[in-house]
Design a binder for this molecule. Structure first.
Ligand SMILES: Cc1cc2nc3c(=O)[nH]c(=O)nc-3n(C[C@H](O)[C@H](O)[C@H](O)COP(=O)(O)O)c2cc1C
Length: 216
């Protein structure tokens, strides 16, 4: 399936059915995570059939139910860590969608994960996943003019990138990012200030690159 179609189908899902992730799906996700960890020097970990992390007050308050599978986004502390984990985390999220499963990024409303976190590392966020009770609902988008220097007759690749960026999940749907197309055809991407905006920025960059076919 086209990546833009997967982006359109993906919505946050917080309630899950009691159906196990099958071994074929596990193999795909395990191999992707192994490759990402190897290539990007990260320590992302995946947990199946582990209900305790989301069996907490915080998770219930956040309307999570039936979560038994999750991914812990762990990396070495550095100024780039948030953006890198966002970028690769979203690659995993779209793979989860391609496998016919559902997901939700969760920075706050979860309990303690089983992740192994070394001294110089940090667990930044989790991704809950599994067979959703529903497929979720589309989020509200900011207008194009609020997230890029929109003018008439912009190249299609750039608009495809911005459209993909608007489909990206962001913390509290804040969509604090901006893509600027210069007259020489280069793209300058920037992120606003606030909670998890750097993590969001990595997610959004992944969407822009996949949508436009160009690196930022
Ligand atoms: C970095 C990040 C952190 C998030 N943390 C939480 C969270 O703690 N609890 C929660 O219920 N949703 C969380 N979300 C999900 C967002 O609320 C959701 O992505 C946003 O409202 C857009 O909706 P959508 O994912 O359905 O497109 C988080 C999303 C991101 C990207």
């Amino acid at each position: 399936m086209e990546i833009l179609e997967l982006m359109k189908q993906r919505h946050s899902v917080r309630q899950y059915k009691d159906i196990a992730v099958v071994s074929k799906q596990r193999t795909v996700l395990n191999e992707l995570i192994e490759k990402i960890n190897h290539d990007a020097g990260l320590h992302i970990q995946i947990f199946y059939d582990e209900p305790q992390c989301f069996d907490s007050m915080k998770a219930r308050y956040g309307h999570f139910a039936g979560v038994k599978n999750y991914i812990a986004l762990v990396g070495k502390k550095s100024p780039q860590m948030d953006e890198v984990l966002g970028y690769y985390g979203e690659e995993i999220v779209l793979k989860i969608q391609e496998l016919g499963l559902n997901s939700c990024w969760v920075a706050v409303t979860h309990g303690k994960s089983k992740a192994d976190i070394c001294k110089d590392e940090k667990e930044l966020c989790l991704i809950a996943f599994g067979h959703g009770e529903t497929q979720g609902v589309p989020h509200k988008d900011k207008p194009l003019q609020a997230v890029c220097n929109y003018t008439e007759n912009m190249p299609e690749w750039f608009l495809n990138g911005v459209e993909a960026a608007l489909l990206a999940p962001t913390a509290m749907n804040q969509q604090k990012f901006f893509f600027e197309l210069s007259s020489d055809g280069t793209v300058n991407a920037s992120c606003g200030r606030g909670f998890y905006t750097k993590l969001d920025f990595g997610i959004v960059k992944y969407h822009f690159e996949m949508g436009s076919g160009r690196k930022v």
